[in-house]
Design a binder for this molecule. Structure first.
Ligand SMILES: [Zn+2]
Length: 1132
């Protein structure tokens, strides 16, 4: 800035005396003569005096825009005179950070560094000046984000290092030097360079055991050392010179002597050094060799009672977790225990890859795990994935335009006509006998009566045996007899206290021989009578259904919960509040395994990989999961009351496990059991945010409370020390598994309890529900059940058609009947998302109901429903895949009729409809979501996708009907669990083969959705703070139907006038639009694939990314906010 301009500015602001002096200074600066130094000094002294004595002047000169600072800095720059400088240096310093900020913003850093360099050229350097310069720099540095770079470029690093070397015994100078070095070192390039100049060694000379002297010096030295050790090279240097045991020794010494915890920052500083050293493999080894685990474990345990020492415990815990030697998952292979032979194995597909490994190759652990490369282990999944997701938005406009071009010749699709008989249905009037249901009268003897009504001949399958109602009798399944699994585990007779009204006894011959014990002829199983509460449940029918269900392991047992049924509890189940420090406690218990190996039993109590049964010595729990949807591979008793559990991979796969369902018996009442599922894959889980596991107690069921309840305490989910092969981690090396842990005590002796990830809903349950629905049909309902196709595992995939019978056989009525718009629904493509089935159950029950709303709905639409797209996955306890080892919801673009028959044929149905110009009004695929709360929808919108990208709006025609928002908007108004704010209508590339996107793009269905229901609970609406249960899920399914009815009214022009208020829904779009464009509602993770965290907990969970910045200057200005903050905190 030209001096005159500065002066002009000053005129308006600064009082006349200071102004006069500043003016004089400016003139002197212009002359640049050495002789002026003395005058300058005098003027400066006067300015200094004014500033020191007049608060107003001080404020004015430091205020932004005053220009006073420029003049002073210009003087500093021009007058290369130490004594002048000293005055100036002392000028801006006293006082708070704002003034320093002004100095930085005016370019003061560069000038000060220049002065430092000039000062260093004098011999001997003025100690006083050096002291003052460093004091100023120590304050300026943390405020200047580019300080490190500027210092290096000005050549100031060595000046300070040399000064330090010469003044190691001079605490007065040492402190400001260290303070400046601390700031230098926070720049990663500087750290490497300073390390080469021996600064690491110097720091080790300064730090030492407990001493009350010079603690502030020590603190700064430790901070500096910590920053230096972030560089791999420096860390290696420290390890090579055996400094790890030194640090541990010093830490223990401070821990022992700092009894009043006055020096926590020093102790934390030592841990900070250890934390950074152990980022390298050598460091971790040195730490273990120096008994670091035991030292940090013991010190941390002693710190536990003092809450203020938490930072020490947390950092110790982080170091210990990082250094904990990686364990091998206790399995012979990570491939699923069960194998299913596919009709053919497509080359390059996941199954081909799975079996391409030569036999005998160990896939549990990577050989490459030992490489230093594998050290990139970190918790930065979040960041990486965010990048990936930004790329994930579809930007190809041609792909964002739905196209309605028939992809297959109509001749090929014509065979699907038989699934759409209602479109050509001809009705005849006949008289039939039908049996009145209990709703119509209490006298069962007169329950039957003759009735005349219209029947659909085809609907009864008289002439279409192919499209048969599911019939377990004809289903070929003779090799298996069915047992309720643990009758052996139970006492011969159940306690018969307080039998339920109407309780019936299940004769044991209804079960298999296994039910007998000790030949006790009188063994009976009391089955709770739930007929009134569960109209769709019937234990006997369930067993019948199981007989025709085909599983790969050929299960022959029935789990009690599926047999008895589940009556949703009436009490509220709150989202659990996380107990403080719970994860830390669990991790410490894990670390104890290493420290006290003799306490560990390591006793295998359940193992699917070995044929011979495990010996039962009565000292352990008994486990079982060999029933439909069961998934437990191995159970290991670790301590008396603690078990490690390993889940099985999806069949024909080596990963995808999260779903669990297993049985436990042989428990001690009141004992504090801890269960750890040790091979979880996802980086976070709702188990960290209040979700509990589900438990079903057989004793409770017999006592009249047949139900799943949320249970478990001290639940948490964290990264563990079992290494995960890159084969099963998408090629990423150095990954670990996660542990889901929960504790619980059992209330009943001789109980059999079941644990599940979510409310189980088996394929046999579906078949039972469908049969019962059939039985509940009233004459008004048109219901047809077809088998769409057979799955790879030989199970039928049901297809339902539901609508209303025509009111008469008049042409008008028949015409209305045939021309009703279609609604296409599907669910349970992902077996682990059982909540989707419960929502579907709610939908089906509503649709089959007798309410006027249900009748209106049936009259409004023809419903086509595939309630379970992946029966094989459900039967075999998979989490995500079908027997082909693939995620079926990624196969919609080109499904294979052999490998993905349910998807192939479901898509064909939709293609057929499109070909005959009857594409559905609404398509919705029900899913479950493990990482988010509430129920919400994903849809497809060209506009909303484009808004998320950089495509210029003019480059494409953004004409789009807003109708896709109507249904979710209605749902958010009527369904308490539904949250509009969680919905997203963005099309992602990674989702282009999902049902939602394919049906939208290829069939031109504008209202094509994925509906996601939480596995956990709600954080808004009526159910806020509660975990979700089957009642709420079923209600959601019913509300979906109600919303469709409203949608009908909105889309039918004649009715618009009567429902004008509902148009508000459409106009609300404008309101919500702004929300949609904000990134927070842009929810990319659907169907649980991404690693984006709802809440970040990575700080707790371990390892950190290591930057190795030796080369590039681009990392240079990196000084993270937290670092700047901590440094500022340290200084102020
Ligand atoms: Zn899903």
């Amino acid at each position: 800035m030209p001096p005159c301009k500065v002066l002009a500015e000053c005129l308006t602001i600064i009082n006349s005396r200071v102004l006069m002096f500043l003016g004089q200074l400016e003139r002197l600066n212009g002359e640049a003569m050495l002789a002026d130094a003395e005058i300058a000094r005098q003027i400066t002294a006067k300015i200094l005096h004014l500033i020191q004595t007049q608060e107003k002047t001080r404020k004015e000169i430091m205020s932004k825009g005053s220009g006073g600072m420029e003049v002073i800095l210009a003087t500093l720059e021009v007058k290369d005179d130490w004594s002048v400088c000293r005055d100036y240096v002392s000028l801006p310093v006293p006082g708070g950070g704002r003034r320093v900020g002004v100095l930085v913003s005016k370019g003061g850093t560069g000038i000060l560094l220049q002065m430092l360099l000039s000062a260093s050229k004098e011999w001997p350097p003025s100690e006083e000046l050096m002291l003052q310069l460093h004091s100023v720099l120590a304050k300026v540095g943390p405020k200047d984000r580019k300080f490190g770079v500027k210092a290096r470029l000005n050549g100031a690093l060595n000046v300070t290092v040399n000064l330090l070397k010469q003044n190691l015994q001079n605490p007065k100078l040492l402190l400001p030097c260290l303070q400046v070095l601390r700031v230098y070192s926070s720049n990663s390039v500087n750290a490497v360079s300073l390390g080469k100049n021996g600064l690491v060694e110097l720091m080790f000379k300064i730090i030492g055991p407990f001493s009350k002297k010079n603690t502030s010096l020590l603190k700064v030295a430790l901070d500096t050392l910590g920053a230096l050790l972030k560089s791999k090279t420096n860390a290696r240097r420290a390890v090579d010179r055996a400094h790890v045991p030194v640090l541990l020794y010093i830490y223990q010494d401070w821990h022992r002597n700092d009894t009043r915890h006055r020096h926590m920052l020093i102790r934390k500083g030592i841990l900070g050094c250890l934390k950074n050293i152990t980022n390298i493999k050598l460091g971790r080894r040195a730490f273990l060799d120096a008994d670091g685990m035991r030292i940090l474990y013991n010190t941390s345990t002693e710190c536990l009672p003092v809450r203020t020492l938490d930072p020490l415990i947390n950092t110790s815990s982080l170091i210990m977790r990082k250094c904990f030697p990686k364990n091998r998952l206790p399995l012979p292979t990570i491939k699923s225990v069960f194998h299913h032979q596919l009709p053919h194995i497509p080359a390059g597909g996941p199954v081909a890859q799975l079996y391409s490994q030569p036999p005998g190759v160990d896939d549990v652990v990577d050989e490459s795990d030992d490489n230093e490369d594998a050290e990139a282990e970190n918790d930065t999944e979040n960041e990486e994935d965010k990048d990936l997701h930004n790329d994930d938005i579809e930007t190809d406009i041609s792909k964002l335009r739905p196209r309605e071009t028939p992809s297959r010749p109509f001749e090929e699709l014509k065979i699907y006509e038989r699934f759409f008989l209602e479109l050509s249905e001809d009705f005849q009037v006949i008289s039939v006998f039908f049996r009145r249901g209990p709703l119509f009268g209490s006298d069962q003897k007169t329950a039957g009566r003759y009735c005349t009504f219209f029947v659909s001949l085809q609907g009864f399958n008289f002439d279409n045996p192919k499209a048969a109602v599911i019939d377990p009798v004809t289903a070929p399944k003779s090799h298996c007899s069915i047992t309720v699994p643990t009758a052996q585990g139970l006492p011969p007779k159940y306690p018969t206290t307080a039998p339920l009204q109407g309780e019936r006894h299940l004769a044991k011959d209804a079960l298999e021989e296994g039910a007998e014990e000790d030949g006790d002829e009188g063994a009976v199983l009391e089955v709770p009578d739930t007929a009134l509460l569960l109209p769709l449940h019937d234990p006997d029918l369930y067993v019948e259904m199981v007989k025709s269900t085909r599983s790969v392991p050929q299960y022959s047992q029935v789990a009690y919960p599926d047999y008895f049924g589940h009556v949703a509890p009436t009490f509220r189940e709150h989202i659990l509040e996380r107990v403080y420090g719970v994860q830390r406690t669990k991790i410490f218990q894990d670390i104890e395994r290493l420290i006290h190996p003799n306490d560990i039993l390591d006793k295998v109590v359940y193992d699917l990989d070995i044929q011979s049964p495990v010996v039962d010595d009565g000292e352990s729990l008994k486990f079982n999961s060999q029933f439909e949807s069961g998934n437990l591979r191995k159970a290991i008793q670790v301590r008396r009351y603690e078990y490690d559990l390993v889940l099985n991979s999806d069949i024909n796969s080596n990963h995808y496990h999260q779903w669990f369902y297993f049985e436990v018996s042989g428990m001690c009442v009141g004992a504090p059991y801890r269960f750890n599922i040790i091979n979880c894959e996802k980086s976070n889980s709702q188990f960290n945010y209040g979700m509990q596991v589900l438990m079903y107690s057989v004793q409770e069921a017999i006592g009249g409370r047949p139900r799943w309840v949320r249970t478990g305490a001290d639940i948490c989910y964290y990264k563990n020390h079992f290494s995960r092969s890159s084969i099963a981690a998408g090629g990423q090396k150095g990954k670990s598994y996660y542990t889901m842990t929960f504790s619980m005590t059992f209330n009943h002796k001789d109980d059999v309890c079941y644990f599940a990830y979510h409310y189980p809903y088996t394929y046999s349950t579906l078949k039972m529900h469908l049969q019962k629905l059939e039985a509940l049909r009233t004459p008004q309902v048109y219901l047809r059940q077809d088998i769409l196709c057979e799955t790879l595992g030989g199970n039928g995939c049901p297809l339902l058609t539901i609508t209303a019978m025509p009111e008469s056989t008049s042409n008008d009525q028949i015409c209305q009947f045939r021309n009703r718009p279609l609604v296409f629904l599907s669910a349970r493509v992902h077996p682990g998302e059982t909540n989707a089935s419960w929502v579907m159950k709610g939908t089906l029950e509503f649709l089959m109901g007798t309410s006027p709303l249900a009748q209106s709905l049936r009259e409004a639409y023809i419903f086509k429903i595939v309630p379970m797209l992946n029966p094989d996955g459900v039967v075999n306890g998979n989490h995500r895949c079908s027997l082909s080892g693939e995620d079926l919801n990624r196969q919609w673009q080109s499904p294979s009729p052999e490998l993905h028959p349910t998807i192939y044929h479901t898509k064909s149905l939709l293609q057929y409809l499109t070909a005959i110009q009857r594409a559905p009004l609404v398509f919705c695929d029900y899913h479950g979501h493990s990482r988010k709360k509430n129920v919400f929808m994903y849809g497809c919108s060209l506009k909303e996708t484009v808004w998320q990208t950089n495509i210029s709006a003019t480059s494409c025609d953004l004409h789009e009907d807003l109708g896709y928002r109507t249904l979710p908007k209605i749902l958010s108004q009527i369904a308490p669990a539904f949250s509009m704010a969680s919905c997203s209508f963005v099309v992602e590339r990674s989702k282009e083969a999902t049902a939602r996107v394919v049906v939208w793009r290829e069939m031109g269905v504008q209202r094509s959705y994925t509906m996601e229901s939480t596995l956990c609970g709600c954080d808004q609406g009526k159910y806020k703070g509660l975990q979700i249960g089957t009642r709420e899920l079923e209600e959601m399914g019913a509300q979906f139907c109600v919303a469709l009815l409203r949608l009908k009214r909105l889309t039918c022009p004649l009715e618009l006038r009567n429902h004008a208020h509902l148009l508000d829904v459409e106009s609300d779009f404008i309101e919500t639009r702004c929300k949609v464009t904000s990134p927070s509602t842009y929810v990319l993770e659907d169907e649980e694939h991404s690693f984006m965290e709802e809440v970040d907990y990575s700080a707790e969970s371990g390892d950190e990314l290591e930057h190795e910045p030796d080369v590039a200057d681009t990392h240079d200005n990196h000084l993270s906010d937290s670092e700047s903050n901590s440094q500022r905190d340290a200084l102020t």
